[in-house]
Design a protein around this ligand. Structure first.
Ligand SMILES: Nc1ncnc2c1ncn2[C@@H]1O[C@H](COP(=O)(O)OP(=O)(O)OP(=O)(O)O)[C@@H](O)[C@H]1O
Length: 272
């Protein structure tokens, strides 16, 4: 079965908009302008990857959507509301340290459902946890602690935990960067399947052009520091994407085009 979707965003309740964002840091007494006049949006239910040269400010942008960092200029809005601080309605997944080592797999996945903002009854919690254990292929590991899991399985727990609270948006910062190539591809396929089922608004940061294309409806390519948008690329490849998708002409062409944009975006800044 092939599912096609309109890849253009509709800006409604869970859309994320970055509007004229600017941000600087102080470093050794000098002002480091990291982001300048950066604008793009992620439509409701859209999965958008942000890719850009190393150190250009990707994590800083995600931190603004999460409410961890405030912009100097511009506004980040989620569902039309300006982000002013962290909120349990946003699920965040980091590269590492995303699970609690003292809780089991099931307790980790259900953790957010015990907190006031997302509290569910014990029965509902059990059902939700069972759903995500199943979706993430963690059956039989419910009572295991993270130290006894592989890196890939730990990230599956982290992703399940983020989805389980039914967040309005998901913010993921290179969640697969520490995994070996084979596990990484498997995780991309798992996340893609989960996303098709759950249709969350998602912002995904990555260094991997292949990963960005495989997962996304659109890819935002940033310029080197000070970062802003060099291009927004539609990924008009039908869903569901499979391992064979990576071998298709459309995929290979997109990869070449985006790699070229990234190279040009870096060269452009270094010649300024
Ligand atoms: N709190 C801070 N204080 C000073 N400088 C910072 C701070 N946070 C980030 N930076 C600097 O700002 C720049 C952008 O950082 P950021 O982590 O957002 O970039 P990135 O694109 O996610 O990086 P990477 O590609 O390495 O993951 C980097 O040069 C970083 O060293």
């Amino acid at each position: 079965m092939s599912i096609t979707m309109d890849t253009h965003p509709t800006v409604t309740s869970d859309a994320i908009t970055f509007d004229g964002i600017g941000k600087h840091y102080q470093r050794s007494g000098n002002r480091l302008q990291v982001i300048e006049d950066c604008s793009f949006e992620i439509g409701e239910g859209e999965f958008v990857s942000v890719i850009g040269p190393s150190g250009c400010g990707k994590t800083t942008l995600l931190g603004m959507a999460a409410g961890f960092t405030a912009p100097d200029d511009g506004k980040v809005r989620i569902g039309g509301e300006v982000v002013r601080g962290p909120d349990p309605s946003r699920g965040v997944v980091f590269q590492q340290y995303a699970v609690f080592p003292w809780l089991t797999v099931a307790q980790n996945i259900g953790y957010g459902l015990t907190l006031r903002a997302n509290r569910r009854s014990r029965k509902q919690r059990r059902e939700i946890v069972a759903h995500y254990v199943d979706l993430m292929g963690l059956n039989g590991f419910e009572d295991v602690h993270p130290k006894d899991l592989s890196g890939g399985m730990r990230q599956r727990v982290a992703i399940a935990r983020a989805y389980a609270t039914n967040p309005s948006v998901l913010l993921m910062d290179e969640p697969f960067a520490a995994l070996d190539a084979q596990t990484r591809e498997y995780m991309q396929e798992l996340l893609h399947t989960t996303q098709l089922e759950e249709q969350r608004t998602a912002l995904f940061i990555t260094h991997s052009v292949e990963e960005a294309i495989f997962l996304s409806t659109r890819v935002v390519v940033l310029r080197a520091r000070p970062a802003n948008v060099r291009a927004v690329i539609d990924i008009p490849i039908a869903f569901p994407r499979t391992p064979d998708t990576r071998l298709s002409n459309a995929f290979v062409d997109l990869r070449r085009d985006i790699e070229r944009l990234l190279r040009d975006g870096t060269a452009e800044r270094s010649s300024e």
